[in-house]
Write a protein that binds this ligand. Structure first.
Ligand SMILES: [Zn+2]
Length: 84
């Protein structure tokens, strides 16, 4: 079991605060479950693929988090479309 639980989503039009590149910034959510406790936490991070910028946005502690969280939250996400 070596699959990473993190998922990356790129932010259209976002500028990296470190290197200034546009459309290189992503957010990812890392889920962490403690071994024999019911408490799980999620850490949201923001990073950049053009440089090594990475920062934690927020950490959310949830109880009894379901193993498979449906991605229905914040529903108006659309895929990145590069301007022509
Ligand atoms: Zn960057």
């Amino acid at each position: 079991m070596s699959t990473s639980a993190s998922r990356r989503r790129f932010i259209a039009g976002a500028t990296c605060p470190q290197c200034g590149e546009v459309d290189k910034v992503f957010t990812q959510t890392r889920s962490m479950r403690t071994s024999d406790s019911e408490v799980a936490s999620e850490q949201r991070e923001r990073g950049c693929v053009a440089c090594d910028f990475l920062e934690t946005i927020e950490e959310v502690v949830t109880k009894n988090a379901p193993a498979d969280v449906k991605s229905g939250e914040g529903g108006d996400w659309s895929p990145v479309k590069l301007p022509e």
